[in-house]
Ligand binder design. Structure first.
Ligand SMILES: C=CC1=C(C)c2cc3[nH]c(cc4nc(cc5[nH]c(cc1n2)c(C)c5CCC(=O)O)C(CCC(=O)O)=C4C)c(C)c3C=C
Ligand SMILES: [Fe+2]
Ligand SMILES: [Fe+2]
Length: 363
C-alpha cells in the first residue's frame, strides 16, 4: 500500500470541518470512448453488480462494454449542456451554494467539496483537498436521499479506501440517508406545488425512483422501503389520496428481476387506460441527470403519448433551488452536533433544529 502525500503534522494547526458531497459520477464527454471508461469503473464495482467476479468479467468485457457505450453516448448527447454533464453541473453548483450558505453562518466556515464515486473529481482527491485545507473532521454526505448498498455504501467504501492511505486520517461522520427528512420532503412538496401553480395539476403524480435488483431487498437493503416512505410523506404533504399518485422504479439494467412496477410499463399502461395527463417526479434524484432528462422526460414521455396519453409533464429535480440548499444545510448542521456545540454556528444549528421540528410536526 502506498500512502498519499500529506503535509507533516504540526502541533497547534487550525482545526476545521470539511463537508464532502458525493454523487455517482458521469462520463467526461458524451462519446463512446468516455462512456466505456466510465461504465468500466462503475459496473466493475461489486456493490453495483454482485455476480461472481470471473463470470461478471466475461460478461462485462465480452458483451456490455462492446455495445453499451455507443448506445449510452447517444442518450447522453441528448441532454449534454454547454457546461458539461447535467449531473456534474448541478452537483458542483450545490457544493458552491452550500459553501456560501454555511460560510455565512458557521465560524470558522466549514469547507465544502464535492466528489464523484466514479470518474472525477475522485473521492480520494476531494479528501486530499480537504486535508490540505486543514480539515481534521469530515462529514460525508452522499447525495442519495434513499440508502442503497449500490450507491450510498459504495460512496462510503471509496472514503474508507482513501483513508487507508493516510497517516493522519480525519475524524469521520457519515450521513446514511435523508429519505424522510422534513426539509427534503418540504422542498419536494414546494417543487411540485410550483409546477402545478404554473401548469395546472395532472390526474396522477407518478413518483419514479431508480430501481435496484430485487435480490438486494431480499438480502437486507432498505432501499425499497425508504422509497416507499419518501413517496408516502410527499403524498401526505401534497394531500394526495391513494389514487392520485403511484410509485414506480426506472432504469432497469441487465436480466435479473428489479423492483417493480417498472416505470416504463406504468406509463404505457396509464396511456392505454385513458389517463389524459400524467405528472412525473423523480424524488430519488436531487440533480437532473441522464436518468431524469432522457429516460423520463424524453423516453417516458414518448411511451405515455405513444400509448394514447395526451399530456406529459416532467417535474424537474431540486437542483439548485434555494429551499433544497437550505435543506442540505440543515442536514449538515444536524450532523455536526457536538462538533459545533459551543462554537459559533451552534446557534444556526439550534435554529435549524427548531425549524425542522416545526416542519416535522406539520406533516
Ligand atoms: C439514485 C440512485 C441510484 C441507484 C440506486 C442506482 C443503482 C444502479 N444503477 C445501475 C446502473 C446504471 N445507472 C446509470 C446511471 C445513473 N444511475 C444513477 C443513480 C442511481 N443508480 C444516476 C444519478 C445516474 C446518471 C448518471 C449521469 O451521468 O447522469 C448507468 C449509466 C447510464 C447508462 O449507460 O445507462 C448505469 C449503467 C445499477 C446496475 C444499479 C444498481 C445495482
Ligand atoms: Fe444507476
Ligand atoms: Fe419495502
Amino acid at each position: 500500500m502506498t500512502y498519499l502525500p500529506e503535509p507533516p503534522f504540526q502541533h497547534g494547526s487550525p482545526s476545521r470541518i470539511g463537508v464532502l458531497l458525493v454523487n455517482l459520477g458521469t462520463p467526461q464527454a458524451p462519446t463512446p470512448s468516455a462512456l466505456r471508461r466510465y461504465l468500466k469503473e462503475f459496473l466493475w464495482d461489486p456493490r453495483v453488480v454482485e455476480l461472481p467476479r470471473p463470470l461478471w468479467w466475461l460478461i462485462l468485457n465480452g458483451f456490455i462494454l462492446n455495445t453499451r457505450p455507443k448506445e449510452s453516448a447517444r442518450r447522453y448527447a441528448q441532454v449534454w449542456t454547454p457546461d458539461g454533464s447535467p449531473l456534474r453541473v448541478y452537483t458542483e453548483r450545490q457544493a458552491k451554494l452550500l459553501q456560501g450558505y454555511l460560510g455565512e453562518r458557521v465560524k470558522p466556515a466549514p469547507r465544502v467539496e464535492f466528489a464523484m464515486r466514479y470518474g472525477n473529481p475522485s473521492v480520494a482527491s476531494a479528501l486530499a483537498r480537504l486535508k490540505e485545507l486543514g480539515c481534521d473532521r469530515v462529514l460525508v454526505l452522499p447525495l442519495y436521499p434513499q440508502y442503497s448498498a449500490s450507491t450510498t455504501a459504495s460512496a462510503f467504501d471509496a472514503v474508507f479506501k482513501a483513508l487507508q492511505r493516510m497517516h493522519n486520517t480525519p475524524a469521520l461522520r457519515l450521513v446514511k440517508h435523508f429519505h424522510d427528512h422534513p426539509r427534503y420532503i418540504a422542498a419536494l412538496e414546494k417543487r411540485v406545488r410550483e409546477h402545478w401553480e404554473k401548469h395546472g395539476q395532472g390526474e396522477l403524480l407518478l413518483m419514479s425512483f431508480h430501481g435496484v435488483p430485487r435480490y438486494t431487498l431480499e438480502r437486507g437493503d432498505p432501499y425499497h422501503c425508504e422509497c416507499q416512505k419518501t413517496a408516502r410523506l410527499l403524498a401526505e404533504a401534497l394531500a394526495l389520496n391513494a389514487d392520485q399518485y403511484r410509485v414506480a422504479f426506472q432504469s432497469r439494467f441487465g436480466r435479473a428481476q428489479w423492483l417493480k412496477p417498472y416505470t416504463a410499463e406504468v406509463l404505457t399502461e396509464l396511456g392505454r387506460r385513458g389517463t389524459r395527463r400524467v405528472d412525473v417526479i423523480c424524488p430519488g434524484f436531487v440533480s437532473d441527470c441522464l436518468e431524469t432528462l432522457e429516460e423520463i422526460a424524453i423516453e417516458g414521455k414518448g411511451l405515455f403519448l405513444g400509448a394514447g396519453g395526451k399530456e406529459f409533464h416532467y417535474v424537474p429535480a431540486l437542483n439548485d433551488r434555494p429551499d433544497w440548499i437550505h435543506a442540505l444545510a440543515a442536514l449538515v448542521l444536524e450532523h455536526l452536533q457536538g462538533w459545533l456545540d459551543g462554537e459559533p454556528g451552534a446557534e444556526a444549528l439550534q435554529r435549524s433544529r427548531e425549524r425542522a421540528l416545526a416542519l416535522g410536526a406539520k406533516s
